[in-house]
Design a protein around this ligand. Structure first.
Ligand SMILES: CC(C)(COP(=O)(O)OP(=O)(O)OC[C@H]1O[C@@H](n2cnc3c(N)ncnc32)[C@H](O)[C@@H]1OP(=O)(O)O)[C@@H](O)C(=O)NCCC(=O)NCCS
Length: 181
């Protein structure tokens, strides 16, 4: 698939570039991010560079459709990357959403707005029949974002997720067409 940018009045979701690597590297030092997302630890600049470098083929192969989240400043210019969101292919009409926001940009509704933009596009343009959310049990901030988007909590699956070599219990929620809030 050819990459697309998504936007609303506040945000621009665009492809990551090598110019974003330092900010992504800094964000991924956050212990809370490392606690909930199985990024490599320690997280080095080369990991961010690799993630950015893989993005064009991930789109071309229709695997993870990923964006960095940028925000319009009051002077009209766009911020650097404040987070990332991806829609991972699971089957022909279902994708799993994954996301993070840099610690310095949290608590301002950024992820909820970005999730709304990406999920709406997934339903309207990709024709998805379901978007799934998974998180390690206890990730209440992520669960709150999912709930605010209209995801229905569906349960806890034992040892469902692989987190840096350990199997951990997973929470799952699902969003169907018409349920996005
Ligand atoms: C989860 C995450 C993406 C949220 O980003 P954000 O931009 O702060 O999200 P929003 O501001 O849109 O919404 C956050 C909501 O979670 C709530 N919240 C934050 N921390 C919380 C916690 N520890 N327990 C419960 N709710 C929490 C906020 O109050 C807010 O809800 P509200 O609007 O009802 O007050 C961010 O915390 C993050 O990157 N965490 C680390 C990585 C991660 O966990 N990714 C998801 C993996 S499944």
């Amino acid at each position: 698939m050819d990459p697309v940018e998504l936007s609303d009045s506040r945000l621009l979701l665009r492809l990551p570039t090598q110019a974003d690597v330092d900010e992504i590297t800094l964000a991924c030092q956050d212990p809370e991010l490392q606690r909930w997302i199985p990024v490599p630890v320690p997280y080095a600049r080369e990991h961010a560079a690799q993630w950015v470098g893989e993005t064009p083929s991930s789109w071309a192969e229709d695997q993870e459709l990923r964006w960095v989240i940028t925000e319009r400043r009051t002077d009209g210019t766009m911020s650097g990357p404040l987070g990332a969101i991806g829609l991972h292919a699971r089957d022909a009409t279902m994708r799993e959403v994954g996301f993070w926001v840099a610690p310095w940009a949290r608590g301002r509704g950024l992820m909820t707005d970005a999730g709304r933009v990406a999920c709406r596009w997934g339903f309207e343009e990709l024709g998805l029949g379901r978007i799934e959310w998974w998180a390690n049990v206890g990730n209440n901030a992520s669960r709150r974002v999912a709930e605010k988007l209209g995801f229905q909590f569906e349960g806890t699956c034992r040892a469902r997720l692989l987190h840096r070599g350990s199997r951990v219990d997973g929470w799952v929620a699902g969003l169907l067409p018409g349920e996005l809030t």
